[in-house]
Design a protein. Structure first.
Length: 268
C-alpha cells in the first residue's frame, strides 16, 4: 500500500480495499483516476488488483473485472463482443485515454452517465458487488450506485446476438458535455414478428422502459406508419418524467425521439 500526499492509496488486493473502507472516512474508490476526486476525500485505486483486471468470455456471457480498461475491451474485436458495446467503447474519448480509462470508471461516476451506460443497460448486464462478508448481484437496470462498504467486483454482459443492433452517440466528439448521450436499439424477429426489443438512452437523463419495449412485441413486420407514430407518442409520454426530472437540455429528448424514429423505420 502506498500513499501519495496523504490523499491517494493503492490497494494490492481486496483485503487492502476493505481495510481502507473500514478505517478511512470519506473514502473514494477509483480505477485509473481519469477524473478528479473531491479534494475533501481520500481515494483508493483498485486498478492494480489482478482479479479486477481480467475478463472471461463464455458462450453466453462475458465477465469483466471493473478495472479492465476500455482498450482491453476494444482489443477483443467487434466479432467477439456485443456490437453495441464495441461501438460504444471505440467512440469513447481518444486512444490514449482508453488505455487507462476503466469500465467501472465509465459506469460508476456520479451525475452524467458515461458512453457505455446505455449499452450495458440495454444488454441487461448484471453487477457483482462484495463487502467483507457477503456478495450481491444487481441487475444493471436497478443500479444507481455501489452501496457504502461494498465494492464492484464484476460486470457480467450477456453475449446474445441481435438481428438489429444499433449504437449511436450524440454530442461533441471524443469528450463529454451536458449534450452528450448514448442510444441503443436492439431487435430480434422471428417469422416476420418482433419477438424482443430493447431501447436505452443515457447521458444526463437515463431512460429504459420495459412497458415501452413490450408495446411492439408480437407486431407483424413491416410496421405501419401508424404503429410507428403510436409508439413514438408512447415513448414521448413515458420518457417525459425522466427528461424533466434530470434537468436535461430539451434538445436531448428531441434527439432521443429522432433516433428512435430513424431506427423504427428499419422495421417498416
Amino acid at each position: 500500500m502506498e500513499e501519495n500526499n496523504g490523499s491517494f492509496l493503492l490497494a494490492k488486493n481486496l483485503s487492502d480495499v476493505f481495510y481502507h473502507i473500514k478505517s478511512v472516512s470519506k473514502l473514494q474508490i477509483v480505477g485509473a483516476c481519469t477524473q478528479p476526486t473531491a479534494p475533501r476525500y481520500k481515494a483508493v485505486s483498485t486498478r492494480t488488483i489482478p482479479e479486477l483486471r481480467n475478463f472471461d468470455k463464455r458462450e453466453r456471457y462475458i465477465d469483466f473485472g471493473p478495472a479492465v480498461t476500455l482498450a482491453q475491451i476494444s482489443s477483443m474485436g467487434r466479432t467477439n463482443l456485443p456490437s453495441v458495446l464495441y461501438d460504444a467503447v471505440v467512440s469513447t474519448a481518444t486512444g490514449p485515454v482508453r488505455n487507462i480509462a476503466t469500465l467501472a470508471g465509465n459506469i460508476c461516476k456520479d451525475g452524467q452517465k458515461g458512453t457505455l451506460y446505455a449499452p450495458l443497460l440495454a444488454l441487461d448486464a448484471r453487477l457483482e458487488i462484495k463487502n467483507q462478508t457477503s456478495v450481491k448481484y444487481i441487475p444493471f437496470i436497478k443500479f444507481t450506485k455501489v452501496p457504502p462498504s461494498f465494492i464492484l467486483t464484476k460486470i457480467r454482459v450477456p453475449a446474445n446476438e441481435w438481428e438489429i443492433a444499433i449504437f449511436k452517440r450524440v454530442g461533441p466528439e471524443n469528450r463529454m458535455s451536458p449534450l452528450s448521450a448514448s442510444f441503443v436499439f436492439l431487435v430480434d424477429t422471428e417469422n416476420d414478428l418482433i419477438v424482443n426489443m430493447k431501447i436505452a438512452f443515457a447521458g444526463v437523463p437515463v431512460f429504459r422502459s420495459r412497458e415501452l419495449e413490450n408495446k411492439l412485441l408480437g407486431s407483424k413486420l413491416p410496421l405501419s406508419e401508424r404503429a410507428i407514430a403510436d409508439f413514438l407518442s408512447a415513448a414521448d409520454s413515458l420518457s417525459q418524467k425522466e427528461f424533466i426530472w434530470s434537468g436535461a437540455a430539451p434538445i436531448l429528448k428531441d434527439q432521443f425521439l429522432r433516433l428512435l424514429d430513424n431506427n423504427l423505420q428499419l422495421l417498416s
